[in-house]
Structure formats: C-alpha cells, structure tokens
Write a new protein. Structure first.
Length: 372
C-alpha cells in the first residue's frame, strides 16, 4: 500500500505532525469551546478534523462531520444536518430511535445511496419558514440527550451564498442555548470566513476560538517522508527529500501527491532524478487541465500568472521592477488581473503575516508554468 495518502484520512500512522493544532482542537473540545479556523486549500483542514475525531473515538463523545460545500440553501443544510445526526445515531440505538420519533412530524424519508448503499435521510419539508424552525429543533434534540456532541462543519463559508440571509443568526441564537453540543467551523475562503467571524456587526463575532493551520513544519515532514520510504525498504537520499519539499513548498497536498508518485516509481533508491521524473509525470497528467485554465482567463491574467509562477513569491506586484521584468503593462492592469486571479482562487494572498505576499495557489500549476 502506498503510505502517502492523497484523498483521505486513515490513521495517525499516515498523518504527519499537526501536534500543536491537534492539541488545540482537543483542548477546545474538552473545554466545550467552539472553534473556527480558516486555512488555505489543500493544506489539510479536513484531515486534521478527521484526525481529531479519530483520537476521540475512545471517548464518551459523539462526533459529527458535515461538509456543506455542495449545499445551496438552508433546506440543503438542514437535510445534511439531519442526515449526519441519523448516521451518527443509527436507529438501532436508543438515541437514534428517539431521534426518528422526534422528527416524525417532518416526515423523514430514508433512501439508499445509489453508489455506497448507505441509508440517507432527508426531510419532506419545502418552505423556508419550516427549515428556520427545524434546524434549531434538530440541535436542541441533540442537546437534550445528555451526551457530548461535537459537530464539525467543513466549508462553512458556503452559508454566505445561501439565499436566506439569516442563517448565521439562527445558528448563533440556538448555539447560545446548547450545553452539550459544540462546533468546529472550518473553511478555505479567507475573505468569507473573515466576514463571518471577524466582523463586529455579525452574529459570530468573537464567539469562537481560532486554530492556526499553516504548512507542516519542514523538518517534521522530512522525517515523516524518510520513515515511510525506509519502512518499505526503499532507500531515499536526503537531497531527494529536500528537493520534493522545495518543489511543493511544503504544501501538504502537493507534497503527498509527489511522494505518492515517487513511491509508485518503485525504485530501490530514490534520488533527485526520481523526483524530477515523478513531477514531470504529474505535470503531464494534469496538462489538459492547465490548458483549460488558459481558456478561462484573459491573456493579461495568464501573463500575470506566469510572472507570479516564475517569481514564486511576490511581495510587491505593483513595483516598477516586477512590471518591467515581466512586461505586464501598467499597475492598473495588474491590479485588475490580480483581483480576478485571487477571486478565481488561482492566486493566493498570504496576509496576516509580517510581509504579505502573492503566490500561485496550485504548486504543480506553478511548476508547469515555469517550465513552459
Ligand atoms: N498531516 C498530514 N499528513 C499527511 N497527509 C495529510 C496531512 N494533512 C492532510 N493530508 C493529506 O493531504 C491531502 C489534502 O488534505 P485535506 O483534504 O485535509 O485538505 P483541505 O485543507 O481540507 O483541502 P480542501 O481545501 O480541498 O478541502 C489529503 O489527501 C490528505 O490525506
Ligand atoms: Mg477539505
């Protein structure tokens, strides 16, 4: 089995570091404090939550995970929540039976998921007003069961796109009455998460603790990589590990993906050439996606993306030197393109640090642009 996972969480063995973040989350959960955190795409938000839930398995605590990325309105949200509760408390258990009893008037419908075959619950209600009542009702039911429940809502910023503008208020109001149910909110859109949690005029302001999720410590990652190769009797040069972490800038997903590919190369000894060949394979596999990007953005944006790729980190995108070196035209053009690229999540703005900078979000796209 390839020990470098690229799309899920398995167990602590395959999970690198995150000791501080894990401890912070566990502490918040134990002290019944709600947590909210924003972090970059593909840095390991979901895996961190999964890891914490894995560690809590032995405790007398029920963990519920909800990814609301695909939800479009409060109705979807409520149905996801109801289904998650149903999955966490199957009807074989007393709580599960009581849950079905409690929501009987909402006419729950159970269907089997076509692909996985697992039962899915949805509520037969359609009016917004009903959902406005139902969501608090579901949470109050959980609260009344005298078990500690922790609900993680992933991609939480999605609620800002709902047509109902009062979801934050409804949720926050009911949260204040809950004693046994606590939350982890997590999201990858910086601007939107900021809007929800750091705006003094909004319901969630100053109501949660934060966890700071950045790149995994380079030394820890290096040890992790080395041990997994060695455990599988593959020799790996220190230089090859360093090169991998350079190429991916230590960003979790890209590092995992590259290690995965290198591991699959099935060589006896990994050297820097193995790494470059593996990267090349990934870039070739992704090439048609990159060409599609080109059709989706303007030529000015493409040019800027290329310039950012070459520079890797850009602290002053409007400086004369940057504009001139890459023949980008006026700073007004760059400003417009940059805003569009950030909006499209092709470029990421690292703020909240001493020297903020811009970088291409996708590290493989960045490498590909450099080589083209
Ligand atoms: N600490 C870790 N050690 C090893 N692999 C990890 C770690 N954290 C995450 N991963 C792996 O990296 C990949 C990306 O992680 P994950 O999906 O958790 O990121 P995310 O921040 O939730 O991404 P997205 O923004 O796309 O939702 C996953 O395949 C996961 O298995
Ligand atoms: Mg995620």
């Amino acid at each position: 089995m390839n020990p470098f996972l690229i799309n899920n969480y398995k167990s602590p063995k395959y999970f690198c570091d995150r000791k501080t973040e894990t401890a912070d989350l566990l502490k918040n959960i134990k002290s019944k404090t709600d947590t909210a955190f924003f972090a970059q795409r593909r840095i390991g938000k979901t895996a961190l939550i999964r890891h914490v839930f894995y560690l809590l398995k032995k405790e007398k605590l029920v963990s519920i995970y909800l990814d609301i990325y695909a939800t479009l309105d409060l109705g979807d949200f409520t149905n996801q929540l109801a289904n998650a509760i149903y999955t966490a408390f199957p009807p074989k258990q007393t709580v599960g039976r009581r849950f079905l009893e409690a929501i009987k008037s909402l006419r729950p419908i159970i269907t089997l998921d076509e692909i996985t075959g697992t039962p899915q619950l949805s509520l037969d209600i359609t009016k917004t007003a009903q959902f406005e009542r139902t969501m608090p009702q579901l949470l109050k039911f959980l609260d009344s069961e005298n078990v500690q429940v922790i609900i993680a809502i992933d991609e939480f910023q999605q609620i800002l796109t709902y047509p109902e503008k009062n979801v934050e208020a409804i949720l926050r109001t009911v949260m204040q009455t809950l004693k046994n149910v606590h939350f982890i909110f997590c999201g990858s859109n910086q601007k939107m998460m900021h809007q929800i949690f750091n705006n003094a005029k909004r319901p969630f302001y100053a109501s949660t603790k934060n966890v700071n999720l950045q790149r995994i410590d380079r030394k820890e990652y290096s040890k992790f990589i080395k041990s997994h190769f060695q455990n599988n009797k593959i020799d790996i040069e220190a230089d090859a590990i360093e090169l991998m972490l350079d190429l991916t800038d230590c960003h979790t997903y890209y590092t995992q993906r590259l290690c995965h590919e290198v591991f699959d190369a099935k060589v006896e000894k990994v050297v820097t050439d193995t790494v470059l060949q593996s990267l090349n394979k990934i870039l070739t596999d992704n090439e048609n996606i990159y060409f599609q990007y080109r059709n989706l953005i303007t030529s000015n944006q493409w040019k800027l993306l290329k310039a950012l790729s070459i520079e890797e980190k850009v602290f002053q995108p409007y400086s004369k030197k940057f504009l001139k070196d890459h023949d980008l035209g006026s700073s007004a053009i760059v400003k417009r393109s940059l805003e569009a690229l950030v909006e499209k999540e092709l470029v990421y703005y690292h703020s909240g640090i001493e020297e903020p900078y811009y970088e291409v979000y996708d590290k493989f796209l960045m490498r590909w642009m450099q080589y083209k």
